[in-house]
Design a binder for this molecule. Structure first.
Ligand code: GTP
Ligand code: MG
Length: 206
């Protein structure tokens, strides 16, 4: 059994601007997706720590870039959700500008986890994120979360459809079914993300 390196994750800081982030060295992975998709819950499930990132029934919970180091050179970043209409225009513009700048300039960003509600995958902003990954050569792993809300056959159908689109539009990307609630898809997600951060997962086995 491999050690779960994500159990080491701990809260460091909230960044309102990108110059407040830790030095741009080492390797990090960002969790992106529509507001309320389940980004923070997915991060917690992967790290096997319930209260690590703050979650909420109300969209717009994560309001800054939240930094969770695993050690001195490896980090996870929880991003504010996009597409949430109720935040004031000025704040939404600020987030959008900040996330864009982060994605464009952050050299330690090794890959993106694109969290999508399995019932509503590949909306406009999700596609923009995939296009961004493709344009900058970064891998993008889609977590089709809340899959506990779908039957097994519906889940399989959604996954096949999403994979088909990815093959056509975003060749560096991948997808899987996931549920933070039912705790399904965790090992698959951990193995893939550990590979981005550390090379092969075996490199981190105890
Ligand atoms: P923002 O930070 O507001 O953008 O949201 P987020 O994407 O971080 O979502 P969050 O993790 O806060 O979850 C939003 C809601 O979805 C909460 O009520 C969660 O309990 C619920 N949720 C998250 N993951 C799952 C899941 O796998 N299954 C089910 N059924 N509900 C989930
Ligand atoms: Mg959140």
């Amino acid at each position: 059994m491999l050690k779960n390196p994500f159990r080491e994750a701990h809260y460091l800081l909230n960044a309102h601007r990108i110059d407040q982030l830790p030095a741009d060295t080492g390797a990090e992975i960002a969790f992106a997706g529509r507001s309320n998709a389940g980004k923070s819950s997915a991060l917690n499930a992967i790290c096997d720590q319930q209260g690590l990132a703050r979650t909420s029934k109300t969209p717009g919970r994560t309001q800054q870039l939240v930094v969770f180091p695993l050690d001195e050179t490896h980090r996870l970043i929880d991003l504010p959700g996009y597409g949430y209409a109720k935040v004031p225009d000025k704040l939404r513009e600020h987030w959008r500008g900040t996330i864009d700048a982060y994605l464009r300039t952050r050299e330690s960003l090794k890959g993106l986890v694109l969290v999508m509600d399995a019932r509503h995958p590949l909306r406009e902003f999700d596609r923009q994120m995939l296009a961004f990954g493709a344009a900058t050569g970064r891998p993008c792993h889609c977590l089709l979360t809340k899959s506990d809300k779908l039957s097994r056959s519906e889940g399989a159908r959604v996954l096949a459809e999403v994979r088909k689109t990815l093959t056509a539009e975003a060749p560096l990307s991948s997808a899987q079914l996931f549920s933070s609630l039912a705790k399904t898809g965790l090992d698959e997600a951990r193995a893939l993300l550990a590979g981005w951060l550390f090379g092969t997962p075996e490199a981190r086995s105890a």
